[in-house]
Ligand binder design. Sequence first.
Ligand SMILES: [Zn+2]
Length: 135
Amino acid sequence: MIDRFRLQRVQYIPKSLEPGILYVSEEFDVAAHLCACGCGTKVTTPLGPTEWKFSEKDGVPSLWPSIGNWQLPCRSHYSIIESQTRWGEQWSEAQVLAGRKAEEARREAYYVEKDRLNRRPFARFWRWVRGLFRL
Ligand SMILES: [Zn+2]
């Protein structure tokens, strides 16, 4: 088991990873590490408002919400908080499905809201421009 992760900032995620290192490319909004259980599987996590969040304080990385490697044989579940592996509980298949649905709903709500916020002022602006030039 890997209890601690060190941060390594990279532009591209290297092909072969070392255990205990959290590779982060902020340029491509992605992080990668080898599964904390020690099984050696490469775990890639996209970063973004609806994906995983990464933060760093004095070189100490955090990555959350928790990573559930349900598709891997090890089914490990953890987050990385201030470079420490925080183990989560094991989820049943039903919990995994419910979690996935909740995540999709969150993502959808985020984009609907973003779209609404993005579109509204522009629509108003164009109406105003059209009004000015009587188009
Ligand atoms: Zn694993």
